[in-house]
Write a protein that binds this ligand. Structure first.
Ligand SMILES: Cc1cc2nc3c(=O)[nH]c(=O)nc-3n(C[C@H](O)[C@H](O)[C@H](O)COP(=O)(O)OP(=O)(O)OC[C@H]3O[C@@H](n4cnc5c(N)ncnc54)[C@H](O)[C@@H]3O)c2cc1C
Length: 422
């Protein structure tokens, strides 16, 4: 991709907005909703035609449920089909351990709601439909930045009808862990690393198949299963870079291992007919030391990819969006905030990100790495897990960390009078 210096280049047509959000994931759709609610002229670009992709996290944590409540959206949201998780129990080398108990939380919604992410995103899109200043452009892929000198002045995008230049006072990169925007902006990514990758697949579930276990750890293997109503969502953890070796052993060998660990999946794994039914999640933990350029801000996975440990990626992305609206919506009414003002988002959100990633690294190094190394000896429950399992108080702390996170955000940005809501 070549950098463009519009408006000199000839393009199909151009659009001018106050804020252009690239990426319609949890960060982008929530920020679009909040800025639309504040009456700011905002467009969200999503490169896919819809939100229907399996390869997404689908945990909605109490912190996000609380935000939906603050936005007056919770009743409609909880009418969507979902499952609720309150206790997290694991089987560690045959020993049952309780990792977290959300019922101990003093919060309005003490459970994790499992909901397909497309339902969540479609819900936000529909709810935002009442804001005249919010536009969501599907099938629109940002391919390049528009620059005016040192300032990012929008993006060039490909649409089914051709190229469009979206000129914006502020561009927000919400385009995920492989962000094109941040790459084009030359922002450095600091890799922290992870010892594992994850195989993500669904296995059919019969109504009478129930099991409260959430994680299973054995020498050399680890698996997490979520009851999703008519299917089990499975995350089979492998040592980093071992996917080719798993494939070389063949599908049946993998499914045999899966069933050995989780007999409840015996009939359901028939749904996994080939490796095409299995998605590889290359686990990454990274973050940007700098989240901004003049006219540009990165949030969500584009600013910090999280490990799947704790299933917190969606919720951190949403929290970033809320913090961005809290800190910048009013300033955006007048134009683009200065780079220093944009950087207030990093200054607010970097601490929760660093703390969460540090905790993920502790879990990776103390629990996952050892388990994946395998060996002939029976697995011993690591000290950290033994302590948590023995103490309901520590289970409450773990629940708080996972469910509410560090420094949870609350909606402070104002709704524009014209939006008709408070
Ligand atoms: C298999 C898997 C399982 C996961 N499980 C969990 C879980 O259980 N719980 C959890 O909390 N997190 C989980 N995560 C992580 C979670 O999905 C992410 O942290 C979260 O979605 C980040 O939100 P985001 O909005 O920043 O980015 P994303 O969700 O990645 O959204 C980015 C969006 O931008 C769009 N896009 C990308 N490039 C462009 C472009 N150039 N132009 C226009 N649009 C573009 C993409 O299509 C996408 O819709 C999982 C991730 C994966 C891959």
């Amino acid at each position: 991709m070549a950098e463009t210096d519009t408006p000199q280049h000839t393009v199909g047509h151009s659009v001018r907005v106050r804020c252009c959000i690239v990426g319609g994931g949890p960060a982008g759709m929530m920020l679009g909703y909040l800025l639309g609610r504040a009456g700011i002229d905002v467009v969200v670009l999503e490169k896919h035609a819809d939100f229907f992709r399996d390869f997404r996290g689908d945990t909605v944590h109490p912190s996000t449920l609380q935000l939906m409540d603050e936005l007056g959206l919770i009743d409609g949201f909880l009418k969507l089909p979902h499952q609720r998780l309150q206790t997290m129990d694991g089987l560690f080398g045959g020993t049952k351990v309780r990792i977290a108990d959300l019922s101990r939380l003093n919060t309005k919604y003490p459970f994790i709601a499992f909901m397909p992410q497309w339902d969540f995103l479609n819900f936000l899109r529909k709810a935002g439909g009442r804001f005249a200043s919010l536009k969501v452009m599907m099938s629109t892929e940002a391919v390049d930045l528009i620059r005016r000198g040192e300032t990012i002045a929008g993006v060039r995008a490909e649409t089914p009808d051709g190229t469009v230049d979206i000129e914006a006072d502020l561009t927000v990169a919400c385009d995920g862990r492989h962000s094109t925007v941040r790459e084009r902006a030359g922002l450095e990514v600091k890799e922290i690393g992870a010892p594992m990758d994850v195989l993500w697949f669904r296995a059919g579930r019969k109504p009478d198949e129930t099991e409260n276990l959430f994680a299973r750890i054995e020498p050399g293997r680890m698996m997490v299963t979520f009851d999703r109503g008519d299917y089990w969502q499975c995350a089979y953890v492998i040592a980093k870079g071992q996917y080719d070796a798993v494939k070389a052993r063949g599908l049946q060998a993998l499914l045999d291992d899966v069933v050995r660990m989780a007999p409840v999946l015996r009939s359901g794994v028939a749904d996994v007919k080939s490796f095409d039914d299995i998605k590889l999640l290359t686990v990454a933990i990274n973050r940007l030391p700098r989240w901004t350029r003049p006219g540009l801000l990165c949030i969500g996975d584009a600013a910090h990819a999280m490990s799947p440990v704790g299933g917190v990626g969606v919720n951190l992305a949403v929290q970033d969006a809320v913090a961005t609206a809290n800190l910048l919506a009013e300033k955006l009414q007048r134009g683009c905030p200065s780079e220093d003002e944009l950087d207030t988002v990093r200054r607010r959100r970097e601490f929760p990100v660093k703390m969460t990633q540090a905790m993920q690294v502790i879990v990776q190094n103390n629990i996952i790495r050892g388990a994946l190394q395998g060996g002939d000896h029976p697995l011993k429950v690591p000290l950290l897990l033994r302590l948590i399992s023995a103490s309901p108080w520590l289970q409450g702390i773990a629940a708080r960390f996972v469910a509410l996170g560090v420094r949870p955000e609350h909606v402070r940005s104002k709704a524009a009078p014209a939006s008709g809501i408070q």
